[in-house]
Write a protein that binds this ligand. Structure first.
Ligand SMILES: [Zn+2]
Length: 115
């Protein structure tokens, strides 16, 4: 589990960003987490609640958007959402090794209080 260190970094980036914009209060953070990112949203939320104490994000809300795994089948030239752990194309049955999304871990937006 690396949610705590991930959240430490994210919070650090968010706080730096807020300071650069002349704000000393963060209201909301939005993150995107891929299904295959290996990050557990609940654990990330828990880490956030613990780490935000005493920072300018102490009252902030963390919103986590889960990004589904999307694979690409080169034979059919289509993208699909795999139904299970094996990335099997629903049309031709070929196993895809080409994942287009599902691994991302991103801080996508920040809402800051104007001061
Ligand atoms: Zn296919």
């Amino acid at each position: 589990m690396h949610e705590v260190s991930l959240m430490e970094q994210t919070l650090h980036i968010a706080i730096e960003n807020a300071r650069q914009h002349g704000s000393n209060k963060i209201d909301r953070l939005k993150m995107r987490l891929g299904e295959m990112s290996g990050v557990v949203p609940e654990a990330l939320q828990f880490a956030f609640d613990a780490l935000k104490e005493g920072t300018i994000a102490a009252e902030a809300i963390l919103e986590i958007e889960t990004v589904p795994v999307i694979c690409y089948c080169h034979r059919c030239q289509t993208s699909f959402h795999p139904a299970h752990l094996f990335y099997e194309c629903p049309d031709c049955g070929e196993l895809s090794r080409d994942t287009q999304s599902g691994r991302e871990i991103e801080l996508t937006s920040l809402e800051l209080s104007e001061q």
